[in-house]
Design a protein around this ligand. Structure first.
Ligand SMILES: N[C@@H](CCC(=O)N[C@@H](CS)C(=O)NCC(=O)O)C(=O)O
Length: 285
């Protein structure tokens, strides 16, 4: 939580000493509460924990952090003491932590340790203006994110329909059946749903929720990017049916912070270890 938010209401206009010292010269006095809150949010150092060699579910969190211009460490991708996969495993092992996450991604923000992608995004969305402020809007954004999580599980299961712990090579036959059904029934059902949400948005079809970008749009971008990678033939063939989703993908990709991120080494390429994998034999149309 921001130092400012932790202080009693009556004293909120008095910035904490450490915060004042760190304020940039560009902020003019007297400091407004909203400018201070915004500054302390941006200055907060987050620590993201996720498997270092794949985009996976961690990517949904990265996109929100990058769009927000937040400072964060991608701890498991770093080397040295207190970093790397060993640091991540210490949280999962849970011996020294009261609320251990079940699996990565998880985010450390001050003393908070937050697990579950949708939960992390809900937290970041509220802090960085990536979600509506009203209750109905917040819940709706969260609902869309949870539906994307369901979709993501099914995308994963196209190449691992039998068991997570078996290699793809050990379940190729089942994967073919699963992927064929996915492309025929499940992907159209999910994509059709999100396309309809864009069409129905009373504030226009640019975003999933209201008239402004939310973390759900960033996640939808990632789902589309991943599907394009995994199933290029099927997605090319279906593109006409999802013109709003295709447009959303293009729009998010061009946002300055996202474009800079995608061009940076922080965006590692899709590969055949992640959730979105390309196996030509599964991309049968
Ligand atoms: N529902 C969780 C799922 C987390 C999850 O499955 N993480 C994967 C990596 S993407 C993992 O490491 N799982 C370990 C396991 O399930 O044993 C979320 O959305 O964050």
């Amino acid at each position: 939580m921001d130092p400012i938010d932790q202080r009693p209401q009556a004293h909120r206009h008095v910035p904490a000493a450490g915060v004042v010292q760190a304020l940039p010269k560009s902020l003019s006095k007297p400091y407004s509460v909203s400018a201070l809150c915004r500054y302390t949010r941006l200055a907060m150092n987050y620590q993201l924990y996720y498997w270092p060699t794949i985009q996976g579910r961690g990517e949904f969190v990265r996109l929100a952090l990058e769009e927000a211009g937040a400072r964060y460490r991608d701890v498991a991708r770093e080397t040295g003491k207190g970093a790397g996969v060993a640091a991540l495993m210490r949280f999962l092992d849970g011996r020294h932590i009261e609320r251990p996450p079940f699996a990565p991604p998880f985010l450390k923000a001050g003393r908070l340790v937050i697990g579950q992608t949708a939960n992390i995004l809900q937290f970041l969305g509220a802090r960085h203006g990536l979600a509506p402020k009203d209750e109905g809007g917040r819940l709706w954004t969260h609902e869309l994110q949870l539906t994307m999580a369901d979709f993501l599980g099914e995308i994963h299961d196209t190449h691992h329909p039998v068991a997570v712990d078996l290699y793809y090579e050990d379940q190729k036959k089942e994967a073919r059946r699963r992927a064929a059904d996915f492309l025929k029934h499940r992907a159209p059902k999910f994509l059709g749903y999100f396309e309809e949400i864009l069409a129905k948005n009373a504030r226009g079809e640019r975003y999933l929720v209201g008239a402004k970008l939310t973390y759900a749009d960033l996640s939808m971008f990632q789902v589309m990017a991943g599907l394009n990678y995994a199933f290029p033939r099927a997605m090319t063939k279906a593109a006409r049916k999802y013109r709003r989703l295709v447009a959303l993908h293009g729009r998010v990709q061009e946002r300055p912070h996202i474009a800079a991120y995608l061009a940076s080494p922080r965006r590692i390429p899709f590969n055949d270890e992640g959730i979105f994998r390309h196996y030509a034999e599964l991309d049968a149309v």
